[in-house]
Design a protein around this ligand. Structure first.
Ligand SMILES: NC(=O)c1ccc[n+]([C@@H]2O[C@H](COP(=O)([O-])OP(=O)(O)OC[C@H]3O[C@@H](n4cnc5c(N)ncnc54)[C@H](OP(=O)(O)O)[C@@H]3O)[C@@H](O)[C@H]2O)c1
Length: 334
């Protein structure tokens, strides 16, 4: 723990992530400028300090950001997982996905995660992504989601063509599928500037061992992993390892693809959730996730701009400390 920070008053909400400060972060701490101070404190889970600054209020300030490790770039802490609204384009049109992206942008969010779909769907979605108010505002993450090397290349070509981008912010190998054949291609993309960052995704515990092994050998810029107040296993090894190795972390399944809401539908939100500025069950899981200092950005998937706004709100205010996180897990272990 950094002594100067240990002494600071954190409003009773202290993230034990301070105990996992890495050497890299200590170096950054020595170097950081006042302008990046807030981002750094957020990265360390020091939101209790930030809260004492009245300007960090939902609706008046853009989403807090966290640094992408090893870079001077930061990302807002809440992003959009676009699968559901994009897959619904054939029946619902493009308005729902455009509306949730605009809600994200309006609050200073940037990360939009997607996967290749049919050429028809991607052509429609590409038109949304080309809208002048969307085009330059988003940080676009996409994936290869096939084991076949040849089909993977076709997917990347389709993405570049239909999304109208020569450079994709983040290209990922989805669920580690075809990783050995795709990874050299992704590295080439990064070298040539066609991808700014490259990474891998998993969304199930069964891929955690392979993910961990790849993190040690493959040096991805980002890992993208399932984690929530119910699916907590990433905090055992994956998240600490990402911190040690200086990798960005994107979280999927904050609501277990919606099944989480089935588990809480007949329960009252505990009154102590207010102690960390949590007003809903959606924010309960998101705050649990954001309390971990390894996390760069949490994706929440939604077709509903009001849900997007509620989820964005979780990016503001205090986060739970370790004792409170245990209490949060206990809510679901009975
Ligand atoms: N292997 C992989 O790479 C992988 C796997 C899974 C997911 N992902 C990524 O992660 C993203 C997130 O997907 P997920 O499966 O993890 O979904 P999720 O965010 O855990 O859950 C989405 C579900 O929650 C509902 N929801 C969202 N906000 C809500 C709120 N405030 N109140 C009530 N309901 C709410 C949505 O319904 P509404 O539409 O009604 O809001 C939707 O049914 C995906 O889009 C994708 O980008 C990647």
């Amino acid at each position: 723990m950094l002594p100067a920070m240990r002494d600071q008053k954190m409003g009773g909400i202290i993230d034990q992530g301070f105990d996992t400060v890495t050497l890299l972060e200590r170096k950054k701490m020595a170097m950081f400028s006042e302008s990046t101070r807030r981002e750094f404190l957020v990265q360390l889970g020091g939101l209790g300090v930030i809260l004492s600054q009245p300007q960090l209020v939902f609706g008046q300030q853009p989403l807090p950001t966290r640094m992408i490790p090893g870079t001077d770039e930061s990302l807002p802490v809440i992003g959009l997982g676009s699968s559901k609204p994009v897959l619904e384009i054939p029946t619902e049109g493009t308005e729902p996905v455009a509306a949730v992206i605009r809600m994200l942008l309006e609050h200073g969010g940037r990360l939009v995660d997607t996967s290749p779909r049919t050429p028809d769907i991607d052509a429609e979605f590409g038109r949304v992504l080309a809208e002048p108010d969307i085009r330059d505002g988003i940080f676009l993450a996409t994936k290869i989601n096939t084991p076949s090397e040849e089909t993977g290349i076709q997917q990347l070509e389709q993405t570049e063509r239909l999304f109208g981008r020569r450079t994709i912010d983040l290209v990922q190998v989805e669920s580690l599928r075809g990783l050995q054949s795709h990874w050299p291609r992704l590295q080439e993309m990064k070298d040539s500037g066609a991808a700014r960052y490259i990474g891998v995704t998993v969304s199930s515990y069964r891929n955690f061992d392979r993910l961990e092994a790849f993190m040690r050998t493959g040096s991805p810029d980002f890992v993208h992993v399932n984690y929530s107040v119910i699916e907590t296993r990433a905090e055992e090894r994956i998240l600490p390892l990402a911190q040690d190795l200086g990798m960005g972390v994107i979280i999927n399944r904050p609501f277990m693809n919606g099944t989480y809401f089935g588990q809480v539908s007949d329960r009252e939100l505990p009154p102590w959730a207010a102690d960390f500025d949590c007003e809903s069950w959606a924010q309960f899981s998101l705050k649990y996730i954001l309390a971990h200092p390894a996390i760069t950005c949490v994706l929440t998937e939604t077709t509903n701009p009001e849900h997007m706004e509620e989820n964005i709100q979780a990016g503001f205010g205090r986060v739970p400390d370790q004792t409170t996180k245990q209490r949060m897990r206990d809510v679901f272990s009975g």
